[in-house]
Design a protein around this ligand. Structure first.
Ligand code: C2E
Ligand code: MG
Ligand code: MG
Length: 370
């Protein structure tokens, strides 16, 4: 495969150019140009020639290629800088999707450095067991009882203290680190949940990258088995992005998980495309309506109308509806009035460390004011 790619590259550069393999699946092309446009044209051509299928013995292989371009000249006159800049541009190209070419710009350097640092810190955190789970209760609005808790990842950072996932999940996803981190989350959450009463389930957030990863379902089953937790007590929260790409394979994995009794929830509903067709594509057990629908005063009239429609849809499809981010009594009352089944939010409890979960499980939501 590598030789076949090298042949195509060599056949499409000029005589004076140099083609080299840097290692793994990375190649470098040293090309003499008079303007940067020439480099971009060459990059596009190489992407095009590498793309057609390869016949290798009995198998046909298709690959794609991303290109990072760096220009030698003032400010970049040694091999190390040239390769480093090309690498930074390559990283950007990959971030923009398949088959892209990207020209290095100095501004890329700062963000690349910050990302590399974050990536290294995340790797260390995984090694040093610096992650923790906090849990936030999900409350049934009719009985007032806690039906489950959501596991929320926290990173105990040496300088920055307790770091919320919002600041590192994206990098973890882009670097693939979300796979081992997510596996840790699943195992820890199942282990913690096994110590709680049987009526309490645990919800775990799973990103599209994890779900797409081969062996994901297996790792879920292993986590349940290792903890001795029945599948019926695990809920997996996914967002719409999961259904946006690689849909068939993702749906298959979700069906497999659900067939064992694991519940599947759609998280942050209302923030993305929120296509109702997603609800037809997969038999979700729960819709979590995003907290952007609740405002200080309770609900805006249109938000109330949307929640009412979702609740009624949920009722006919057998899907539980939950509203996230309830912080005030007014919001609670409004959500109750729309017939929602469950709530989650600071009003009842913020996420708490595992050691404090037991105390929360016995708490109850005040019944509706008469
Ligand atoms: P999410 O799954 O929608 O989780 C709810 C987020 O809303 C949590 O933020 C929670 O602390 C916050 N929240 C809960 N109640 C309230 C409230 O009343 N008001 C306000 N303003 N916020 C509230 P957190 O813990 O920072 O997590 C952010 C997101 O990071 C999560 O959103 C989830 O998408 C992702 N995440 C968390 N843990 C994991 C994980 O283990 N794996 C993956 N892949 N993603 C995770
Ligand atoms: Mg969630
Ligand atoms: Mg959410």
């Amino acid at each position: 495969m590598l030789r076949a790619v090298a042949e195509r590259l060599c056949a499409n550069v000029r005589g004076g150019d140099l083609v080299a393999r840097l290692g793994g699946d990375e190649f470098a092309v040293l090309h003499r140009i008079t303007d940067e446009n020439g480099a971009c044209i060459l990059a596009q051509r190489l992407i095009a020639v590498v793309s057609p299928p390869y016949e290798l013995g009995d198998v046909t292989v298709e690959i794609g290629m991303s290109v990072g371009i760096a220009l030698a000249g003032p400010g970049c006159d040694d091999v190390e800088s040239l390769l480093r800049n090309a690498d930074t541009a390559l990283y950007h190209a990959k971030g923009e999707g398949r088959g892209r070419a990207c020209l290095f710009e100095p501004a890329m350097d700062d963000s690349a450095r910050a990302r590399r640092l974050l990536e290294r810190e995340l790797r260390d955190a995984l090694q040093q067991d610096a992650f923790a789970l906090h849990y936030q209760p999900l409350v049934d609005l009719r009985s007032g009882a806690v039906t489950g808790v959501e596991a929320l990842l926290r990173w105990q950072h040496a300088d920055r203290g307790l770091v919320s996932p919002e600041s590192f999940i994206t990098v973890a996803e882009e670097t693939g680190l979300i796979v081992p981190i997510g596996e840790w989350v699943l195992n820890q959450a199942c282990r913690d949940a096994a110590a709680w009463p049987g009526s309490v389930s645990v919800a775990v957030n799973v990103s599209a990258v994890q779900l797409r990863h081969r062996g994901f379902a297996q790792s879920v089953f292993l986590a349940l088995a290792a903890a001795g937790l029945p599948p019926g007590r695990l809920e997996i929260e996914i967002t719409e992005s999961v259904l946006l790409d690689d849909t068939e394979a993702n749906l298959e994995t979700l069906h497999l998980l659900r067939s064992t009794g694991i519940r599947i929830a759609m998280d942050d509903f209302g923030t993305g495309y929120s296509s109702l067709s997603y609800l037809r594509r997969f038999p979700f057990d729960k819709i979590k309506i995003d907290r952007s629908f609740v405002r200080d005063a309770g609900l805006t009239p249109d938000a109330a109308a949307i929640i009412r429609a979702l609740v009624s849809l949920g009722t006919s499809l057998g899907i539980t509806t939950l509203v996230e981010g309830i912080e005030t009594e007014a919001q609670l009352a409004a959500v109750r009035a729309e017939g929602c089944r469950e709530m989650q939010g600071f009003l009842f409890s913020p996420p708490v460390p595992a050691g404090e979960v037991a105390a929360i499980l016995t708490a109850e939501l005040r019944p509706e004011a008469a």
